[in-house]
Design a protein around this ligand. Sequence first.
Ligand SMILES: Nc1ncnc2c1ncn2[C@@H]1O[C@H](COP(=O)(O)OP(=O)(O)OP(=O)(O)O)[C@@H](O)[C@H]1O
Length: 610
Amino acid sequence: MRQAINNWQLDQKADLSKQPKPQYRSAFRILGSYAKPHRRTFGLVFICTLIAIAAELLQPYLVKIVIDDNLMAGKNDYGGLLAVSALYLGLSLLALLFTYLQNNLLQYAGQSIVARIRKQLFQHITGLSMSYFDKTPSGSLITYVSSDTEALNQFFNQVLLSILRDGMTLLFILFMMFQLDAELGAYCLILLPVIAIIAAAFRSFMRNTYQMARTRLSRLVAFVAENLSGMNLIQIFHQEREQGKQFKERNQSYFQANIREIRTNVLFNRSFDILSNLSIAFVTWIGGRAVIGETMEFGVLYAFITYIRQFFQPINTITQQWNMLQSATVAVNRIWGIFDLRPEVSDSKEAGGGDLPLEAVKGSIDFNRITFAYESGTPVIKGLDLHIGPGELIGVVGTTGAGKSSLISLLCRFYDVQEGSILIDGHDIRDLQQAKLHRIVGLVQQEPYLYAGSIIDNVRMFDLSISREKVVEACQFVGADMLIRQMKDGYDTRLSERGSGLSAGERQLLSFARIIVFQPRILILDEATANLDSHTEQLIQQALGVVSEGRTTIVIAHRLSTIMQADRILVMRHGEIAEEGTHEELIALQGYYEELFSHSQGQLGRTMTL
Ligand SMILES: Nc1ncnc2c1ncn2[C@@H]1O[C@H](COP(=O)(O)OP(=O)(O)OP(=O)(O)O)[C@@H](O)[C@H]1O
């Protein structure tokens, strides 16, 4: 929950309106390297486009031949007419076939590239250190993985297609115009600077409206994502109305940006239509006079007018793609900004731990005068010195914010210490491969995370090398077997995301079974029994008694009853160990622990009286 609120606050602070400047060269170089393996496909796409465009643009020329060489020449050749009509139809079918092929090939290559980038991005993000997730709003991460890769998708779907197809169409039309009548073609060339001026004038306006719409959409998505993850908080604090109001504001501002974008587009399209009609009128006037003066054939004028009609469409489409090209470039730059991030915690080159085979781990832990701060200057753990023997059961208690969970995060190497070192069996954990470390140290947290999938897969964490029998055994061990068997599909019952169909206690039982399956040498329970009812807690306590046998176990608990049997209890305060000893020793000490204990006894008494 704290993470959700943290993310929500970060999202609020994040200035989404600040769009990075697109860097076209690097973006194209990157996309080029991804496109390289598909160069044969792109070659085929080029050939298909060429054939499709040629087939399409030869059609007006065929009509010109019929008009000038048959009808106007007074031949009235029915056979010739039929042959040209058949050829016209044939060209249409050819254009259709090759457009289809071109589209499919380009989509296939484009989609493969985007799917590859999306997969690599997700893998890269999951490999980043916890400190990155502390600082990055989850809304931004969703944007990277969904919207930015979607922008790349559109690049291949629309931008590249348009540049290829419309660019080639434009060149082909110009060629045909000059073939038909060089003088009239030259007149039409005068139009190009006018078109360029209009397009340039609209470009920055369209870019602004487009970016505004995108920014507002990102805000809306981030807002919805955070609201969904913190829904229970919203309902508990009856914030539905307030959140609804905020949503309405964001929704309205996105609506307005969309309307503005649509208006700009309509204005741009209509300007082009006017320019197109003006050109047709101009060509009709000049060409018509030439036809009357018999310096031009009628068919040439017909073909010319048809080409000039088709001339504006590709220019319009290419200009429209500008925004998409820009946002794809920004997306590529942003995605590669993430790829450039190196995890703060990473396996060192020498990391191997080959000399620490899993089976030989005894489980001693040494925290050697460690200091750690999430934000430099404000250490949450200060010069802590703690040595835990193999197989010891350690209980950790302390005030809220004392640094208990941080200590565990350091042992799991979610973060690295700034001073001192942490050793397992004498090996600095920074010299161990993280994968190995996480097989040695097993962590059960207060909020167990379950994935969308079957119960069996959740317990064995999708590791198919772990047999069904082993999973069932682990579930029997923690007392979850009965419960699972009562479910509709037993062990194959599918859980929804985060296991939301189960109670907190049931989710916790499954996460206990998960830990048992993986048999870590060091077991950590961070407030793991806080959500359980007393019956389930008893089940877990019994299981824990057996699991912790011969295994180093650290139990963080607010409820003292959970850790009273520990070999040693640590009392933490302000990032330091304030008291240390067995339950009896600490009671005799008459310190903070004794105070906590008397308090809990008092509460127990009161509960019993009630
Ligand atoms: N990701 C984080 N980024 C910045 N500060 C953090 C982060 N996590 C914890 N802290 C801060 O570090 C300090 C120690 O937190 P920690 O969670 O270790 O305490 P704790 O003893 O486990 O508390 P609790 O019993 O409430 O779980 C607190 O002041 C907390 O606000």
